[in-house]
Design a protein around this ligand. Structure first.
Ligand code: OSB
Ligand code: MG
Length: 368
């Protein structure tokens, strides 16, 4: 496909409820929507970089710059046969995986539309619906958290993840476990601990958690391997896994026993697929993480999570959990068995609500 035009939309969308993690509280979410025109077709991609560099160094600002000045110029006028071929063009840019992933996603959408096949088919996904859970932010108190969790359980979510930070870790997890002895439960620290300060997490090992997500620093596989040796509960890495190479090395080192795959964090769906394959060969469970995506990124996550190695529920909740109004006409809903249907239309299988898009657009740039 010959890339004729790329339009960037910098979006800011209000969240239905504030979302607090160890790196801060968010009331809104930013992202960049990419609209790519090729061969008379239009593909969409979502760059998941948010306003501030709390989760990763990339922001909507850095991604805008890298897309506008480097990645989009690298693809304009080029004939790209397969989405994965974009990785070769993108290799001239060091880092900035979220910027790359947003553009690659639009190429997958285009390929699917050209061939009349869904992204699930293109990726080799096998399931028509995928098991999901909900990621619950830090609340005012452990009691308030139990209330919020109860509400999600009533809605039908069959797996709960709670965010933790120093001072709000063991007490929160114990409160939820006491209230719901059988719920599938996991925690996510978003890098808030060191090997030394993580000693306080020891009681988590007695709570029958599915996993402990990213306790230590992003750039610290080695101390994660030491920590994993001290815990029965599997450690799952999110921030630390930025490429298939990191995934292999983390597993070889024993830094984790489970991997959270986010296409944005690893530089694109092609790279997410490679990590999936590598983990599957080794019987390492993976699951699909989330970045509070719009319907565009959510559709991609659902397709990815339909691959056979995704054996744990994803952080892919219903649209209602995040947004009053979304930029896709489609809204994703939770089935009673804690699954969400994978879109089956061509490409991502979603369409854009132009009125909503306009409402949330802070800046728009058409290239060339
Ligand atoms: O660490 O998994 C994370 C959201 C934004 C940034 C990082 C993370 C998250 C979530 C929410 O946990 C997942 C979702 O529901 O999209
Ligand atoms: Mg995480």
């Amino acid at each position: 496909m010959k890339i004729d035009r790329v339009t960037l939309y910098h979006l800011r969308m209000p969240l239905r409820a504030p979302f607090e993690t160890s790196f801060g509280r968010a009331y809104e979410r930013e992202c960049i929507l990419l609209e790519v025109q090729a061969d008379g077709l239009t593909g969409y991609g979502e760059c998941v970089a948010d306003r501030s560099p709390g989760y990763a160094y990339e922001t909507s600002g850095t991604a805008w710059h890298i897309l506008r000045d480097f990645l989009v110029p690298a693809v304009l006028g080029q004939d790209i046969a397969q989405p994965v071929d974009f990785q070769r063009l993108a290799a001239a840019v060091r880092g900035h995986p979220m910027a790359k992933a947003g553009l690659e996603m639009a190429l997958w959408d285009l390929q699917g539309k050209r061939e009349g096949r869904s992204l699930r088919e293109l990726l080799g996904g096998q399931r028509a619906r995928v098991e999901v859970g909900v990621s619950v932010g830090i609340q005012e108190s452990p009691e308030a958290l139990v209330g919020v969790v109860a509400d999600y359980l009533r809605q039908g979510y069959g797996r709960i993840k709670i965010k933790i930070k120093p001072g709000r870790d063991v007490i929160d997890a114990q409160a939820v476990r006491r209230a719901f002895p059988d719920v599938r439960l996991q925690v996510d620290a978003n890098s808030a601990y060191t090997l030394e300060s993580a000693a306080v997490l020891r009681p988590l090992d007695d709570l029958n958690l599915l996993l402990i997500e990213q306790p230590l620093a992003e750039d610290d596989l080695w101390d994660h391997s030491k920590l994993q040796a001290q815990f029965q509960t599997p450690i799952c890495l999110d921030e630390s896994i930025r490429s298939p190479r990191h995934a292999r090395q983390a597993l070889e080192m024993g830094a984790c026993r489970i991997i959270n795959i986010k296409q944005g964090r690893v530089g694109g769906l092609s790279q997410a697929l490679a990590i999936h394959d590598l983990c599957r060969e080794r019987d390492v469970p993976v699951w699909c993480g989330g970045m509070l995506e719009t319907g565009v990124g959510r559709a991609a996550n659902l397709a990815l999570a339909s691959l056979p190695g995704f054996t744990l529920p994803g952080d892919i909740s219903a649209t209602d959990r995040y947004y009053e109004q979304d930029i896709t006409r489609e809204r994703f809903t939770l089935n009673p068995d804690s699954t969400i249907d994978v879109p089956d239309g061509p490409g991502l299988g979603v369409s854009i609500d132009r009125v909503a898009l306009e409402r949330f657009t802070l800046a728009k740039l058409q290239l060339p």
